[in-house]
Ligand binder design. Structure first.
Ligand code: FAD
Ligand code: FMN
Length: 668
């Protein structure tokens, strides 16, 4: 496909953006001091060099109460100087247009934790997200916040930003005013929709007045709050039409609020799912509209632009995974793009208090830390295992000039990525293998498939270094009945190796793999999305029946585990979706149930202080995995330099496998 629209320039007010790709604002958490530090600069420089058209740096705090110290700030004049030299450098060296997002989270701010004051909101409605009760804003507060937006906008302009976006989405302050779910005011700022729009529109007008006519202004809205009783796409589109009149030049349309129970970001969200929300807005405004969420596939992005649903496309996580995505399109090599799999590692890393990091791009957020230089002394390296760890190591080490041979015992590379990409919504994970494998040949790696690395081969080949990336295999447990023919492994189920799965299924092990396998089994009976769309399109079934068909399968599936928390190892950003899916599909979860025995037609468990029998035609074992590291121990005795990486070191995640592969390759 030719990327005609993606590469077309666009004018926003008086600003020319060289292409239609936008890097939206993403909180990277690289500071705890409101600083735009070196780490941010290295991160953004790499994306600008990668050729993105409009890069929205931020979010940036407009005051201390509406944010948290984990983002840069523009609430003091001195902060302008943190940005100015960097933006001047971007203007000199790249065609990327730098923008910023001015941020106020309202009741979802972390202010109380950092500043010791209550968060501000239109009304005192507790935040489910931050678990705090905000204070209802007085008219004086409203004036102060409007003033802070305006002052920060002027600072942003003076620092050299060409585009300023005001956040009005995701359940943050302006959207809290818009929504009847969070706005119970009885004054001019509450009640009718006209009143609820007032605060946002006053902010826009005040900012326009402050920055003057030359600066391009945008706002980011939730295309639909997806909150019971909240704003729908129709109201949001009306707000956008008013925003245009108030001096806004572009509208960035994302999905719903953080607090909604409709997934926004996980791999379960189909690519391009929320484009229709942008179109709803575009129908009501005459200014450029950006579509957002899961648009990293350039062919899809091009189709969206060609359809006229939006004028620009946001590439958030896709640019974390591959900063050079735009350049690869520009240079006609889109097949080299490292594709984001929406694994949510980026969000999970902040949920646990850290900075954002990307599972697929070990350099992300550490652009200034590593030099990809040739090794002083090239070494002969054998890599055992062609999973993500082994492939990342091999490509990175060969890229540094080492002589690398990769041995994989199976006929294909990828290791656990194959079963990992089976569960519903996770098909995109398959691209991890393809994207890593593609780098091997150009880097000069010799790949030996169907070739287990053995001691004999090592003795014959005499490498200087052995890298053990032999991954993990499913754990086995000994209980009476485990050898019965109806007991199967979860990985085999996910790999499609089990032809007959009975009607009554018990999955033993409620970790991520067990829960995802249960979901996969249920999904086998449910019509695929295309069939569902066909039925809906033709009105073949009633609305109610259609909904029921989506969840209805013929099996009785139970997941048992000794522990109390199911899918404990799944990151917070994805776990709730997995739990919701299990509930919707009627899968029974039995925490606190210990497997005692497997009989002909049941599993016997110890639960609630007694014994219980759960009927089972098929028993699926998902009791964890264990490292395969025998080679490392054997070779250790021969005095060879050995490096063990990925699951072979201890079973974990893709991010660990790829990081360790990359870091060890940088050290050797
Ligand atoms: C069902 C399932 C779902 C998962 N979901 C996720 C997820 O959502 N997110 C996430 O981050 N992680 C997930 N994981 C975990 C993730 O896939 C692993 O952490 C990752 O694949 C580990 O990479 P690795 O290269 O260390 O090992 P592996 O992927 O296990 O690869 C090891 C390779 O070594 C080969 N090998 C073994 N011995 C030899 C030998 N002697 N010689 C040559 N080759 C050998 C194996 O055949 C294999 O190809 C999931 C795993 C499974 C099974
Ligand atoms: C770690 C992270 C932080 C984010 N922070 C913000 C933010 O502060 N403001 C905002 O408007 N969107 C934020 N987003 C949402 C992204 O801008 C984008 O809309 C979302 O990731 C979906 O697009 P994508 O599928 O292209 O990544 C964030 C996303 C991520 C992954």
């Amino acid at each position: 496909m030719e990327f005609i629209k993606l590469l077309e320039p666009i004018t926003i007010r008086r600003l020319t953006v060289p292409n239609r790709m936008v890097m939206p604002s993403m909180g990277m958490h690289f500071t705890d001091q409101y600083e735009f530090n070196r780490r941010y600069q290295d991160f953004y420089r790499a994306r600008a060099e990668g050729g993105v058209g409009l890069m929205i740096i931020g979010p940036v705090a407009i005051d201390r109460i509406g944010a948290g110290s984990w983002m840069p700030g523009l609430f003091e004049d001195r902060q302008v100087e943190e940005f100015r030299p960097f933006l001047a450098e971007l203007h000199r060296g790249t065609r990327t247009v730098p923008g910023t997002q001015l941020f106020h989270a309202g009741r979802n701010a972390t202010a109380p934790f950092f500043e010791g004051v209550p968060a501000l909101a239109p009304s005192a409605v507790p935040s489910r997200l931050m678990k705090q009760m905000p204070r209802a804003m007085t008219w004086e507060d409203i004036e102060t916040v409007k003033e802070s937006f305006a002052r920060s906008a002027v600072r942003a302009r003076d620092a050299g930003f060409d585009f300023i976006e005001i956040i009005a989405c995701t359940g943050y302050l302006i959207s809290q005013f818009l929504s009847p779910v969070t706005n119970f005011r009885t004054d001019d700022y509450g009640g009718s929709f006209e009143n609820r729009m007032r605060f946002g529109l006053e902010v826009f007008r005040k900012v326009r007045e402050a920055v003057g006519p030359d600066t391009a202004l945008g706002t980011r809205v939730a295309g639909n709050d997806f909150m019971d009783g909240g704003c729908t796409n129709r109201e949001i589109a009306l707000f956008c039409a008013e925003a245009e009149k108030a001096g806004i030049d572009a509208i960035n349309v994302t999905g719903g609020w953080h607090e909604t129970n409709v997934p926004q970001l996980t791999c379960h969200v189909p690519p391009g799912a929320y484009v229709y929300l942008a179109r709803g807005v575009k129908d009501r405004v005459g200014i450029p509209v950006f579509a957002s969420n899961r648009l990293g596939d350039p062919e899809l992005a091009e189709r969206v632009l060609r359809s006229g649903a939006a004028d620009m496309v946001c590439l958030g996580r896709p640019l974390l995974a591959d900063p050079d995505l735009p350049r690869k399109i520009l240079e006609g090599r889109p097949e080299e793009i490292v594709r984001c799999i929406a694994c949510q590692n980026c969000f999970d890393s902040i949920a646990t208090g850290g900075a954002v990091c990307c599972a697929l791009n070990p350099l992300m957020g550490r652009e200034g830390e590593f030099r990809l230089e040739k090794a002083a002394v090239p070494k002969k390296i054998y890599v055992a295992g062609g999973g993500p760890a082994g492939m990342e190591f091999a490509a990175a080490a060969a890229g540094r000039g080492h002589d690398v041979t990769l041995f994989e015992k199976e006929d294909r590379l990828g290791g656990q990525i194959e079963p990992a990409s089976s569960p519903p919504g996770k098909q995109a994970f398959g691209s991890v293998t393809a994207d890593l494998e593609r780098r091997l040949k150009p880097a000069g790696v010799r790949v030996r498939r169907k070739s287990p690395l053995t001691m004999a081969k090592i003795r014959r080949g005499k490498p200087d270094v052995l890298v053990v990336a032999t991954g993990a295999v499913p754990m086995e447990i000994r209980v009476p009945g485990i050898d019965r023919p109806h007991v199967v492994g979860a990985w085999d189920v996910l790999r499609g190796r089990i032809a007959d799965i009975g009607r009554r299924v018990v999955v033993v092990g409620g970790n991520a793999v067990g829960c995802e396998t249960a979901e996969w089994i249920a999904s086998q009976d449910i019509p695929d999305p295309e069939t569902f769309a066909f039925l809906a399109y033709h009105g073949a079934e009633t609305q109610e029946e259609l909904q029921a068909i989506l969840y209805r399968h013929r099996r009785q599936i139970t997941v048992i585990d000794m522990v109390e928390k199911m899918a404990a190892g799944t990151g917070r950003a994805s776990r709730w979706v997995l739990m919701k899916n299990l509930r919707l599909c009627g899968i029974e979860l039995r925490p606190g149930a210990k497997l005692l025995e497997i009989t002909d037609g049941a599993v016997i468990v110890e639960a609630n202080g007694g014994k219980e029998s759960i009927p089972a035609d098929t028993v699926v074992m998902a009791v964890g995995s264990r490292s395969v590291d025998g080679l490392a121990r054997e070779v250790g005795r021969e005095g060879l330099r050995v490096v063990t990486i990925g699951d072979a070191k201890s079973p974990r995640k893709i991010v660990d496998a790829i990081r360790e592969g990359f870091e060890e390759a940088m050290k050797i």
